[in-house]
Write a new protein. Structure first.
Length: 280
């Protein structure tokens, strides 16, 4: 993947889609804030999950640690996670608490910090252990850092999560496991709410753009090809209705639909559509 492609991928929208899908059972009792500005100018927090009811338990691997206010940092597969990034997240939590609406409106004991990353940060973990901090691994992919600060801190390694519910997160990495992609396709097919279908679409756009060869192989299987078309149907239809040729170009480039289908939907000849692709 070249540097331009890396810049064009909207990783945070994909992660937002994962949160929407993974936590949709709790949508009435939590609020998800994306890119919460701490002050008038940057810095800003990637995501904050706020429990509307403090007694609700988010019953999944990363949510069990949650308290009332939960700071989430998402590191895409191209980002590093080192000791300074860890302390930046801790600093964000401190600033978030300090900028509450009144004194101690956000009690420190009601804050948590979660950092999501695809791969295990070996160097960071070794550094923390050498410094005397305790790393607990209560379940695959979840690492609690004990003793660093009084606020609970966890690092979530998506590659190691073993719950099928996290397939949406795991497919947003290059060389994703085919099993995870097939699982997510199965999950996405049964989504009915437009908001969740859009979330799934955002994730597929990212996954398809960084796993082109894998999606090409899946597309050769009739069942998987049909499933992908069903999932992407709203976007294909939207492109047709609104004349959004750019989306059709993306779908054709990612092999979700054929060049002939994209050209037909765009009301263009194949040669005209090829020219439009070259103009991108």
């Amino acid at each position: 993947m070249n540097s331009n492609e890396k810049k064009q991928i909207d990783w945070h929208t994909g992660f937002a889609g994962f949160l929407e899908i993974c936590l949709h059972d709790y949508e009435d009792v939590i609020e998800i804030e994306k890119e919460h500005h701490l002050t008038v100018e940057p810095p800003k927090i990637d995501f904050i999950i706020i429990k509307k009811d403090a007694d609700v338990v988010i019953d999944n691997a990363f949510g069990r640690m949650f308290k009332r206010w939960n700071i989430l940092e998402y590191k895409n597969p191209n980002d590093s996670l080192n000791i300074d990034v860890l302390w930046k997240c801790i600093g964000y939590a401190g600033l978030y608490k300090a900028y509450g609406k009144s004194v101690n409106a956000i009690p420190q004991e009601e804050l948590t910090i979660s950092i999501f990353r695809h791969r295990y940060p070996s160097k960071l973990m070794s550094q923390l252990k050498e410094s005397g901090y305790v790393i607990e691994n209560p379940t695959p992919g979840i690492y609690y850092i004990k003793g660093l600060v009084d606020i609970p801190v966890q690092i979530v390694v998506s590659k190691d999560l073993d719950d099928e519910a996290f397939a949406a997160l795991k497919v947003m990495a290059k060389q994703s496991d085919t099993t995870d992609i097939v699982e997510f396709i199965s999950q996405a097919r049964i989504l009915t709410e437009p908001r969740l279908r859009q979330a799934a679409d955002n994730i597929f756009q990212i996954s398809a753009s960084i796993n082109k060869e894998l999606f090409n192989e899946l597309r050769k299987e009739d069942a998987m090809c049909q499933a992908l078309r069903e999932i992407m149907a709203p976007e294909i239809e939207e492109s047709y209705n609104e004349g959004r040729i750019e989306i059709l170009v993306d779908l054709a480039n990612d092999n979700v639909i054929t060049l002939e289908e994209a050209a037909n939907k765009a009301g263009m000849t194949i040669d005209e559509f090829r020219t439009r692709i070259k103009e991108r």
